[in-house]
Write a protein that binds this ligand. Structure first.
Ligand SMILES: NC(=O)c1ccc[n+]([C@@H]2O[C@H](COP(=O)([O-])OP(=O)(O)OC[C@H]3O[C@@H](n4cnc5c(N)ncnc54)[C@H](OP(=O)(O)O)[C@@H]3O)[C@@H](O)[C@H]2O)c1
Length: 279
């Protein structure tokens, strides 16, 4: 039986994918931080193949606990989808109890730890694939090499965009490091009508919600090209897509040297044990 793990699998795009794969007969583990959402997901799934694991992925320790749980309960892993996200576009800088800037921790560090930490388990599956859902193809934001935690000149948009660009480089480094035994797909779903605006401040929340009927795709439609890629991943170790359009990896967003540099820095930050890339 295909085993699928989806972070952020209790809401929005992640939940859409979770329910899709349950209907396909897969075993699905949905990860989220809110128990009530997990219970609602299990009730809607109404399947003995569905599981919810509560984890606060802003925490490196909790992400590593999740890794251990997955390794203890899955003999192999076919599909990993990384969707957990909580935008903090406004307000003051927040740090996790481990001292990382919030967006960096949740949207990037947890994805780095899960991607690398589950690689070996995934090689036991016949056609393993990781999909990192973010905004590849959007030419905004950069890595702030001298201040990754944005202790100086913080703003929420800058932090959010940095985490997106870090995920572009994560995919690139992953492909370089492992050479494709586990395919890695960076994926931008475009604007999708989810509960994401709920966490925005009131005026912007209302504005984004009002634009959804005009601009946004439904979750049901958005997941169709995603499942196509997940079921038949590209041959290359790393690929990136903006909905159905494949992106060139020639631009600076996927620069190999920067990818390796960020990988090494992140290994040090998370005290990771995966192999260090060759220079
Ligand atoms: N929607 C769009 O228009 C759009 C556009 C481009 C890219 N994307 C990307 O697509 C992905 C999914 O977005 P979405 O709109 O479907 O999001 P969403 O509806 O807001 O769902 C976010 C999911 O992440 C989980 N989550 C949030 N904080 C967490 C934490 N600390 N630990 C563990 N899980 C956590 C949430 O569960 P809890 O609340 O229980 O924690 C929920 O299951 C994101 O990576 C986003 O950047 C979305």
């Amino acid at each position: 039986m295909r085993t699928v793990v989806i972070t952020g699998g209790t809401d929005g795009i992640g939940k859409g994918l979770a329910l899709h794969y349950l209907h396909q007969g897969a075993r699905v583990i949905a990860v989220g931080s809110t128990p009530a959402k997990g219970e609602a997901f299990l009730a809607e799934a109404a399947s003995e193949n569905a599981a919810f694991v509560r984890a606060d992925l802003t925490s490196v320790a909790a992400t590593k606990d999740l890794l251990a749980t997955i390794k203890a309960t899955c003999a192999s892993l076919d599909t990993l989808v990384l969707c957990a996200q909580r935008y903090r576009l406004f307000g003051s800088r927040a740090t996790t109890h481990e001292g990382f800037e919030h967006s960096f921790a949740l949207a990037y560090l947890s994805r780095h730890i899960l991607s690398h930490g589950l690689h070996d388990l995934m090689t036991l599956a016949p056609r393993p694939v990781i999909m990192n859902v973010g905004t590849p193809g959007v030419p905004l934001g950069r890595i702030h090499w001298d201040d990754l935690q944005l202790t100086r000149r913080y703003n929420g948009t800058r932090a959010t965009l940095q985490s997106f660009r870090a995920n572009d480089l994560l995919g690139m480094a992953f492909g370089e490091l492992y050479g494709g035994a586990v395919r890695y797909v960076g994926y931008n779903p475009g604007v999708v009508s989810t509960g994401m605006p709920t966490h925005l401040p009131p005026p912007l929340r209302a504005l984004v919600k009002a634009t959804f009927p005009l601009l946004a795709t439904s979750v049901a439609k958005a997941i169709t090209p995603m499942t196509t890629l997940l079921d038949d991943p590209p041959a290359e170790a790393f690929s990136a897509y903006f909905t159905k359009r494949r992106l060139s990896l020639d631009g600076s967003a996927f620069d190999r040297e920067q990818a390796i540099r960020l990988h090494r820095l992140t290994q040090r930050l998370t005290d990771a044990t995966e192999p260090i890339l060759p220079s």
